[in-house]
Design a protein around this ligand. Structure first.
Ligand code: PLP
Length: 371
């Protein structure tokens, strides 16, 4: 089935629904009755270990990414942490230097205390950083906030040759536009807080595996024994959001592409970072592994930080807020959001293009530049 169809039907078992509800019910019970023999013949015992609404979401996410199984967590960060906690002390991990700031902070402030060694690298020279104990390579593409593109096929082929596990943070692209498991990745990570949920009202995260195996079993253990699970209500909201994922993504993509072109031609803009623009250094790679570019872009305002802040404050439709992937457009000054240690230029603004009418979005920015 095509992704538009999967987004609507995956996770709801047609056999179960033959004479019942069309939508998988929200199952709030934390505990499940045993049968007369004392067994859990419903398949469920206690909601931390498993819950029918969570199973529906996990099946749906596995189907969307073309994987065998998925584990849902209370946030994208909890999902990422489960991957690191599935490693052994002394393992070495390669992560990109342009990486989601929250996960960088988790690595620096929490995970390095657990005897894991991390190298933040430029993936053009990834071979130089491989060590005998390199166990995991973390890919994020397109990256946050510079929209750098990593060649998933090339990195996962190198990793497979060395027996290294690969994870791809697919939050920006979503499986509508990029399917890392088909390109060779072992695992996909999502912050479902973003496009999956799609309405800026539910946190969540997931790890999806191409094939079950020892490493995914450990991630599952961290999920059920550690307890950072997604609540049934949040699973329900996320499933609800996913039904429109494919059609939302097409509008995000078309709007962002048009906005990127308009900004690139604007005299008050120094540079635009969007993988769909032909001058973007990752454009050819993006074209070879993505079927659309998604709703994210960033740009440099001519004149520096003050001019960038002025533009943000002049906007009426674009909301000045962090996060991304909701139906509404957001604009953000990343350097001040990321704080000390941020590599984002002071005149860089990041945009999460929503699904409003593009003419209204352009008009809002035009007014912002002129006020
Ligand atoms: C938001 C985000 C995360 C973290 O997810 P949370 O749900 O906020 O914990 C990780 N990676 C990317 C690319 C993100 O945008």
């Amino acid at each position: 089935m095509k992704i538009d169809t999967l987004a609507i039907h995956a996770g709801s078992d047609p056999a179960d629904a033959s004479a019942g509800p069309v939508i998988p019910p929200l199952q709030l019970s934390t505990t499940f009755r045993r049968d007369e023999e004392g067994n859990f013949s419903s398949g469920y015992m206690y909601t931390r270990h498993g819950n029918p609404t969570r199973t529906a979401l996990e099946k749906c996410l596995a189907a969307l990414e073309g994987g065998e199984d998925a584990a849902c967590f209370s946030s994208g960060s909890a999902a990422a942490m489960a991957v690191f906690q599935a490693l052994e002390p002394g393992d070495h991990v390669i992560v990109p230097e342009d990486m989601y700031m929250g996960i960088q902070n988790m690595i620096r402030e929490v995970m390095t205390r657990w005897q894991l060694e991390f190298s933040f690298v430029n993936f053009d020279r990834i071979r130089d950083y491989l060590k005998p104990r390199t166990r995991l390579i973390w890919i994020e593409t397109p990256s946050n906030p510079l929209m750098k593109v990593t060649d998933i096929r090339a990195v996962t082929a190198l990793a497979a040759e060395k027996g290294i596990t690969t994870v791809c943070d697919n939050t920006f692209a979503t499986p509508v536009f990029q399917r890392p498991l088909e390109l060779g990745a072992d695992l996909v990570m999502h912050s479902s807080t973003k496009y999956m949920g799609g309405h800026s009202d539910v946190l969540g995260g997931a790890i999806i595996c191409r094939q079950r195996g020892d490493f995914f079993d450990r991630i599952r253990q961290v999920q059920t024994l550690g307890g950072g699970v997604l609540s049934p209500f949040d699973c329900y909201l996320t499933l609800r959001g996913i039904k429109t994922l494919a059609c939302r993504m097409r509008v995000h993509d078309a709007n962002a592409m048009q906005l990127a072109g308009w900004l690139a031609a604007h005299p008050q803009v120094e540079k635009v970072f969007h993988p769909g623009l032909p001058h973007h250094p990752g454009h050819e790679t993006a074209r070879s592994q993505m079927s659309g570019y998604g709703g994210m872009l960033s740009f440099l305002v001519r004149g520096g930080r003050a001019e960038a802040m002025k533009l943000i404050n002049n906007c009426r439709l674009f909301t000045h807020a962090t996060s991304l992937g909701g139906v509404e457009s957001l604009i953000e000054h990343r350097a001040s959001q990321e704080g000390p240690g941020s590599l984002s230029p002071e005149n860089l603004l990041r945009v999460s293009t929503g699904i409003e009418n593009i003419d209204d979005l352009i008009e809002d920015l035009e007014r912002g530049f002129h006020n």
